[in-house]
Design a protein around this ligand. Structure first.
Ligand code: 6OD
Length: 469
């Protein structure tokens, strides 16, 4: 049974809750559920550790981040196994993306923090400079789609900036966080610097409303994000949110069609479409629309389906497939549940699906589905494509496929999204600002933006007396 990790120790308190294997639907593990007392213990442990951790020179904290990266390398196979057990992700993706990004996150933020200069401003007779202080205890609330990647993406900058943390992974994906707790303990990380509690959204709610929490970082749905905002509003707690997306892909007639099809296959279907950056709305120039649709549909049929995270999430995705049919969409491929004839038939799979013919105002084209599915629509001009792509309440990511350099810049700069990839998708430089506009989030993390969020500057201004001439 998985236990909480508080003050450097496993804590086996709380009733058990089940985690199911998405591939088969079978019970995979039991986990202790945090109650109010456990949440309080975790926040107190983090507060007790906060002063000494913040007092360490940044170079020493960076050294701890590098030791954690080494710990992840040493437990690589255990982390891969834990992540796959909870999510049903493909082995190859887990080995090349999810777990390596944990290592990269700790190394990148160690380097960025250790090398970061402080600000200094000189103005006749005045010298001002800033010192940055950590916020204190950060609540880190992690979703189920990229559990280890996103936990470490938040932990590394929060810790290196001098904060202590209480992490609440998704109830569906506690496994890699439990292995990470062992890595922290084995590395000898000071007790209380990292605390991990397990439970449902109710445990997350207890955590963010705890008065000992100084900041909240969250990746997940817009609905949960706005509930957290309401909870912390009275205490004016700093928040950093990366929320939902309804990301557009714009495919111009001058694109390299092979690259555009393959890149779009990745951007729609990676992780079963369960990445907030996945493309769900495609706009394709009318002159290549039929060919693009046909090729995308063929490639979608070749994809190995990946399970949805839960039976409930599968029902949600299937409800959009039904909606598309009820509104008269043309289903180019998929639209149903695959039949394997083996143990996977009791898992949470849906078919990779491509549809056309729906109105831009359909809920199918306006709401985040978070499954292996996209809608494809034609456009006639660059201006129309930009309007269509921007016609969303969300603004996280977009892709543009063109061989024209001018067009690439022109269009990318007019798209209302925090992230635009041109002729590629989800290639990351961890130093860049990362986050969304509109309903897709508040704030940016990444590089020094993360360190800015996880610390606050104090400006010190000194009047310099001028010697008499
Ligand atoms: O790659 C990242 O750093 C990141 N924050 C990815 C977020 C994916 C959301 O599903």
């Amino acid at each position: 049974m998985l236990t909480h990790f508080i003050g450097g120790l496993p804590v086996a308190v709380g009733k058990a809750f089940p985690v199911h294997d998405p591939v088969t639907g079978a019970l995979a593990r039991q986990v202790h559920e945090a109650d109010p007392e456990i949440v309080d213990r975790a926040v107190r442990a983090a507060r007790e550790a906060a002063r000494d951790w913040a007092a360490l020179p940044v170079g020493e904290r960076a050294g701890w981040m590098r030791r954690l990266a080494e710990g992840i390398e040493a437990r690589f196979d255990d982390l891969v196994a834990a992540e796959i057990a909870d999510t049903g992700k493909p082995l190859d993706q887990t080995r090349t993306l999810d777990i390596p990004r944990g290592i990269a996150n700790f190394r990148a933020f160690a380097d960025i923090a250790a090398q970061r200069p402080d600000d200094a401003f000189h103005l006749s007779g005045l010298l001002s400079y800033t010192v940055r202080r950590p916020l204190g205890v950060v609540a880190v609330i992690v979703p189920w789609n990229l559990p280890f990647l996103l936990m470490t993406w938040k932990l590394a900058p929060a810790l290196v900036a001098g904060n202590t943390v209480v992490v609440k992974p998704s109830e569906q994906t506690p496994g890699s966080a439990a292995v990470f707790a062992e890595i922290c303990a084995d590395a000898g990380l000071p007790p209380g610097v990292v605390n991990i509690i397990f439970g449902y959204g109710s445990a997350g709610q207890l955590l963010v409303e705890h008065p000992g929490v100084d900041a909240v970082t969250f990746t997940g749905s817009t609905r949960t994000g706005s509930a957290i905002m309401r909870t912390v509003a009275d205490r004016v707690t700093p928040i950093s949110f990366e929320l939902g997306g309804k990301n557009a892909g714009v495919i111009f007639e001058d694109c390299d069609l092979d690259r555009a099809v393959e890149g779009t296959v990745k951007s729609v279907f990676t992780n079963g479409g369960q990445v907030c950056l996945c493309t769900e709305r495609l706009y394709v120039h009318r002159s290549i629309f039929e060919e693009f649709c046909a090729r995308l549909a063929v490639r979608a049929q070749e994809i190995e389906p990946q399970p949805m995270i839960s039976a409930e999430h599968r029902e949600k995705v299937l409800s959009y497939y039904a909606l598309a049919r009820s509104e008269g969409a043309k289903v180019l491929t998929g639209g149903s549940v695959p039949v394997f004839g083996d143990h996977r038939d009791s898992g949470y799979f849906v078919e990779p699906t491509v549809v056309t013919g729906l109105s831009e105002w359909s809920r199918f084209n306006r709401e985040e589905i978070f499954g292996p599915v996209c809608h494809v629509a034609p456009f006639d001009s660059e201006a129309e494509a930009i309007d269509l792509a921007n016609g969303s309440d969300y603004g996280l990511a977009a892709t543009v496929w063109t061989t024209s350099l001018d067009r690439a810049h022109r269009v990318a700069q007019r798209l209302e999204a925090g992230l635009v990839w041109v002729n590629t998708w989800y290639l990351r430089d961890l130093r860049t600002p990362f986050g969304g506009v509109k309903l897709s989030g508040i704030g940016r993390e990444g590089g020094t933006r993360s360190l800015d969020f996880y610390s606050e500057p104090t400006t010190i201004t000194i009047k310099l007396e001028q010697p008499d001439a």
